[in-house]
Design a protein around this ligand. Structure first.
Ligand code: FAD
Length: 385
C-alpha cells in the first residue's frame, strides 16, 4: 500500500467527517471492523441538536448542555461545540444535506429531554443517523480507501509516537499498517453491556488499545443509560428515541400510573439519568414500564424506524403502549483530547464517542453527539490538512 497520510479506525460520523475534510488532498485509509455502514451513527434516530431557530440562542444550548452534564463539562469545549455547531450545520445544509422540512420549506425542529427549546434537526423522520452517514459516505467513498471486515487489534507506538496499527482480517491473518497520522474513531463501549442500544461492533476497542499504549484516558465512570429500549422477552431490542417523549409520550406502569410525575419538574423529559434511575427502581419493584404513545397522531409517519422495530418484535404501536427498559447508550468518558483531537501520544488522535474533550460532562445532552462528531471531526480534519 502507498504511503498512508491519515489512517482512520472506524466508519461512523466522526471518521467520515475527518475523511471528508482530507480525502481530496491526502491519502486517507479507513479501516472498519465489519461493513462501512455498521456503526452507532447509522442507528441514531432523534437528530442533531443546534440552536438555529430564531427564538433560540447558542447560550441556551450551552446552558442545557452544562446542566445535563452536571457541570462536570469543560466550559470552553461546550462553547466551541454549540457555537461552531451552528456554522457546521449551516454549511452542511448549504452543501446539500437534507434535513426534514414542513410544506413551506421551513426546517422542522424536534424536542428532546433536558432541552428547553425545540432545536433537534432530523432527517427521514427518525432515520437521522442513516441519512447523515449516507450523505458523508457519498462524499468520501470515491476518494478514500475503505477496508472492511478488518479489526484493528493494537497500536504500534515507538518513543511515545504512534506510527501504525496491527489488524486481524476476517480470515484471521494479521496485518501491519504504517501511517503519518492515526485517528481512533471507534465509538463507545455499549456493546459490552447486557441491555444496550448500541451496534454489536461497539465494544470499546479504541479505548482499550489506547490504554495499553499508555495514553491518557478521562471520565471513564460516566456511562449514560438511555431510559427507553424496546423490552421484549427479557431482551433490549433497540432504541425508542427520546423524541417520542418530545412529541408527548409519557411513561406509565401497567396499572396506568405516571412514572415521572412528582419526580422532576421536567417530568418525562427530565435528564436521562434521572428517568433511567426511576424506571430501574420500578423494575426492581417488579413493575412493568411502558411508553404511552396513544396521544401521538401519525406515529408511523413521524417515527417510521421505531414503528418498524416494534412490528418486527410483534409490538403493536396501534395499541399505544411500548414496553421499555433502560440500557447502556453512550460513554461520556474516553481518550483525553484537546480541542483539535490530539491525545497524549504523538501522531495519535481520537474523535467522536471514543474521545473525551469534556463536552458532555457527567451526562450527555440528547442529540449532542452527532454534533460532536461533526464539529470535532471537522476540526481534526483541518488540523491534519
Ligand atoms: C440507537 C442509537 C440512537 C442514537 N441516537 C442519537 C441521536 O439521535 N443523536 C445523537 O446525537 N446521537 C445519537 N446516538 C449516539 C450517536 O449515534 C453516537 O454517539 C455517534 O454516532 C458515535 O459516532 P462515532 O463516529 O464516534 O462512532 P460509531 O458511529 O459508533 O462508529 C464506530 C466505528 O468504529 C468501528 N470499530 C470499532 N472498533 C473497531 C476496531 N477494533 N477496528 C476497526 N473498526 C472498529 C465500528 O465498526 C464503527 O464503524 C445514538 C446512539 C444509538 C446507539
Amino acid at each position: 500500500m502507498p504511503n498512508i497520510d491519515v489512517l482512520i479506525i472506524g466508519s461512523g460520523i466522526a471518521s467520515l467527517t475527518v475523511a471528508a475534510k482530507l480525502c481530496k488532498e491526502k491519502n486517507v485509509v479507513i479501516i472498519t471492523k465489519k461493513k462501512i455502514r455498521n456503526s452507532n451513527s447509522m442507528l441514531a434516530q432523534g437528530g442533531v441538536a443546534v440552536a438555529i431557530a430564531e427564538d433560540d440562542h447558542w447560550k441556551s444550548h450551552f446552558d442545557d448542555t452544562m446542566n445535563a452534564g452536571c457541570y462536570a463539562n469543560r466550559e470552553e469545549m461546550v462553547e466551541l461545540l454549540v457555537k461552531e455547531g451552528q456554522r457546521t450545520i449551516q454549511s452542511l445544509i448549504k452543501e446539500g444535506m437534507a434535513f426534514d422540512r414542513d410544506e413551506e420549506g421551513n426546517l422542522l425542529l424536534g424536542k428532546e429531554g433536558a432541552h428547553r427549546a425545540r432545536r433537534i434537526l432530523h432527517a427521514g423522520g427518525d432515520r437521522t443517523g442513516a441519512f447523515l452517514t449516507e450523505y458523508m459516505i457519498k462524499r468520501v467513498q470515491e476518494h478514500a480507501t475503505i477496508i472492511e471486515d478488518e479489526t484493528v487489534i493494537d497500536l504500534i507506538v515507538r518513543n511515545k509516537t504512534c506510527v501504525g496499527v496491527i489488524t486481524r482480517t476476517e480470515e484471521g491473518n494479521v496485518q501491519k499498517y504504517v501511517a503519518q497520522h492515526i485517528v481512533l474513531a471507534t465509538g463507545g463501549i455499549g456493546g459490552i453491556y447486557r441491555y444496550t442500544s448500541n451496534a454489536q461492533v461497539i465494544t470499546g476497542d479504541g479505548l482499550a488499545m489506547a490504554y495499553r499504549a499508555g495514553c491518557e484516558l478521562e471520565d471513564l465512570e460516566f456511562v449514560q443509560f438511555h431510559p427507553t429500549m424496546l423490552y421484549v422477552n427479557g431482551y433490549a431490542c433497540g432504541l425508542v428515541s427520546e423524541a417520542v417523549r418530545g412529541e408527548g409520550a409519557i411513561l406509565v406502569t401497567s396499572t396506568g400510573g405516571r412514572v415521572m410525575q412528582g419526580v422532576h419538574e421536567m417530568e418525562d423529559l427530565a435528564p436521562r439519568d434521572i428517568v433511567s434511575r426511576e424506571i430501574y427502581q420500578r423494575l426492581l419493584q417488579k413493575e412493568r414500564v411502558f411508553l404511552d404513545i396513544s396521544m401521538i397522531t401519525h406515529f408511523e409517519k413521524r417515527f417510521p424506524a421505531i414503528t418498524e422495530l416494534c412490528h418486527r418484535h410483534d409490538i403493536s404501536v396501534e395499541e399505544g403502549l411500548i414496553p421499555v427498559v433502560p440500557g447502556a447508550h453512550f460513554h461520556m468518558g474516553g481518550i483525553k483530547t484537546n480541542q483539535h483531537g490530539e491525545t497524549s501520544i504523538s501522531r495519535l488522535y481520537a474523535v467522536g464517542e471514543v474521545a473525551c474533550q469534556g463536552v458532555h460532562g457527567a451526562n450527555r445532552l440528547a442529540s449532542n453527539s452527532l454534533l460532536e462528531g461533526l464539529v470535532y471531526g471537522s476540526r481534526l480534519g483541518e488540523l491534519l490538512l
